[in-house]
Design a protein around this ligand. Structure first.
Ligand SMILES: [Zn+2]
Length: 218
């Protein structure tokens, strides 16, 4: 059950699911302590970790700075007031969408767009979470869509299940296109704003291919 999105785990407050998630999102060998009061089995992490409250006051407080609660529970700002990267829960949370001022949601999972929130516009590109998926075939299509939206003063959230591989790859491709960055620079740009990202190795190759494509056009 460890793959349940963070906020779903939180909502369910199920001890077994809330225990500890292993992590590799930061250099310190710590685990994600979602809520140590609930996760009674969890050992406290190293005491040198700084304890902070969630800046978005979502009720998970305090958390340990290197535990990356913010990256896991909340969407991350990519282009201020224009573009955000997050997970499925973010896309379904009015609180979270309101916090960012989102108007349009781009869902890059094979799960149907969660268009039950009638006040938001959802677009779904069905990208499977598999290494043999040619994610590069979507880059131009989605980049033009995002560009059109932000030029029309819309605020866009791109999400997949965790906001880690598929949607991160899509956002890196957009940064390459829109900000005319190399693949490595765009990756670092996104990683700096969402330390948690980890595109599949195959997706890295697709981004390198896209870099060549963009370069040949310029
Ligand atoms: Zn929070």
């Amino acid at each position: 059950m460890a793959s349940l999105p963070f906020l779903s785990q939180l909502k369910q407050h199920n001890k077994d699911q809330l225990k500890v998630q292993s992590k590799d999102a930061c250099n310190k060998k710590a685990n994600i302590f979602i809520d140590t009061k609930v996760a009674s089995n969890a050992k406290p992490p190293d005491t040198d970790l700084e304890k902070i409250d969630c800046p978005y006051k979502c009720g998970v407080a305090p958390f340990y700075k290197c535990d990356n609660h913010v990256a896991i529970a909340h969407a991350s700002e990519m282009l201020p007031g224009k573009l955000y990267l997050g997970n499925k829960d973010n896309a379904e949370s009015r609180t979270e969408l309101k916090r960012m001022g989102i108007t349009d949601i781009i869902n890059v999972t094979t799960e149907e767009a969660q268009n039950f929130l009638k006040e938001y516009s959802y677009t779904n590109y069905e990208i499977d979470d598999m290494g043999d998926v040619k994610i590069g075939e979507y880059f131009n299509l989605i980049n033009r869509k995002i560009e059109e939206l932000i030029e029309n003063k819309k605020v866009v959230l791109v999400h997949c299940l965790h906001g880690r591989s598929r949607s991160a790859t899509i956002v890196i491709a957009f940064v390459m296109y829109y900000m005319k960055m190399s693949k490595d620079d765009a990756y670092n740009y996104v990683k700096k704003r969402r330390q948690f990202i980890e595109p599949r190795p195959e997706f890295h190759k697709e981004l390198l291919q896209y870099e060549k494509e963009l370069h040949s056009k310029s």
